[in-house]
Ligand binder design. Structure first.
Ligand code: SF4
Length: 366
């Protein structure tokens, strides 16, 4: 039943293949068609089919075509260092900014308190660290191209939250999120404020929120409240990417299972060990791999390369083909992946170190 189907955006739900199908079918998410994919092919997450669904992505394409302003909005909960999962959204916002969207990046410190009990003061250092990460990934923070804020310090966000609150009942929130603390309900309304913020600041314009599918409840709530309270605004659109499972083969990346992911702050030795331990789609021995071919669609080595560490589309496609034909062996491919990951992380750490002060200034944290 539709009413029984709830995705938990705060992380306790594992999203399985069937959930993607249900979300598309039951909540009106549109699939990215081949023609839209071609139109938006500059974005590698769309091109590589990591982004599989959307709401109103066509409006963004039209704005790009007509040279009209549009916004891309995302953020991070400052509850820990960047890891493979959080960096997906960060890279998406960077890609969309390069396509002409003004980037709005919110530090969700109210949510880190409500969800994780992290006081704002404590979240500050993590926020600086997180912002330095996305700057190192390529976000251009110049004021004409980006707006960066902390929820706890942004009056517009709080004002929007208060304004829309009178339209919200406990039953509504319960239907979307299930029974949660009022803190989490409030943080979901604050997120509505984050998403509407670009249009409050710059006037009505298409806004895109790239997210993992687990964040769709926030989008549904935001679109509903925008429709009812901001009648001249565009309903915020979204793109949805497949969530990366745990690299060790577990259903999801989780703090309680440190082998399921690595952070960008971890030592190179630790990252190397984890990538070497990643689940592959390989067969049980070389003979079978050569005879039957591997299963790259199930392989976390392939997925890590596809999401983050392989720049070259042709190389990705060729590796896929060689794998299924039994011409690529997991040991060799894993070694190549380890090299690419370590090279990336090393360069990233060097870039990031030089951007910490900049991040501090942008967030007005002494
Ligand atoms: S050859 Fe590469 S892509 Fe294929 S299953 Fe092995 S590690 Fe994965």
């Amino acid at each position: 039943m539709v009413d029984d189907f709830k995705i938990d955006p705060w992380g306790s739900t594992s999203i399985i293949d069937e959930d993607y199908t249900r979300l598309i079918r039951e909540f009106g998410i549109e699939e990215v068609t081949d023609s839209l994919r071609v139109k938006m092919e500059k974005n590698r997450f769309i091109r590589r089919k990591i982004i599989f669904g959307h709401r109103d992505l066509g409006l963004i394409f039209k704005a790009i075509e007509k040279g009209q302003p549009w916004a891309v909005m995302s953020g991070i909960k400052p509850s820990g260092p960047f890891h493979l999962g959080t960096s997906t959204t960060a890279l998406e916002i960077v890609e969309f900014q390069k396509m002409g969207g003004k980037a709005y990046y919110g530090i969700a410190d109210i949510e880190s308190w409500e969800d994780n009990g992290i006081p704002w003061e404590e979240a500050e250092e993590t926020a600086v660290d997180n912002l330095a990460d996305i700057l190192a990934l390529g976000l251009d923070p110049s004021p004409e191209k980006a707006y960066i804020w902390r929820q706890s310090k942004e009056p517009h966000v709080k004002d929007i939250c208060f304004k829309i609150s009178r339209l919200v009942t406990q039953n509504m929130l319960n239907a979307i999120y299930g029974e949660r603390t009022f803190g989490l309900y409030i943080s979901s309304l604050i997120q509505v404020g984050d998403i509407i913020l670009p249009q409050v600041i710059e006037g009505p314009q298409p806004t895109l929120v790239p997210v993992g599918i687990d964040q769709d409840p926030h989008l549904r709530l935001t679109r509903d409240l925008t429709r009812r309270n901001y009648k001249n605004f565009f309903l915020p659109g979204a793109t949805y990417h497949y969530l990366l499972a745990g690299i060790d083969g577990s259903e999801k990346m989780a703090k309680r299972n440190p082998n399921s992911y690595f952070t960008f702050n971890e030592s190179l030795d630790s990252i190397e060990r984890k990538v070497k331990g990643a689940l592959t789609g390989g067969r049980k021995n070389l003979k079978e791999q050569k005879e039957l071919g591997g299963e790259p669609q199930k392989c976390m080595i392939y997925k890590m390369l596809m999401y983050h560490f392989e720049e070259d589309d042709e190389k990705l496609a060729k590796d896929f083909e060689m794998c299924v034909k039994g011409e690529l062996m997991c040991g060799d491919h894993k070694r190549e992946c380890v090299e690419k990951v370590l090279r990336f992380i090393k360069a990233h750490k060097e870039k990031k170190e030089k951007l910490i002060d900049k991040a501090r200034t942008l967030l007005k944290i002494e």
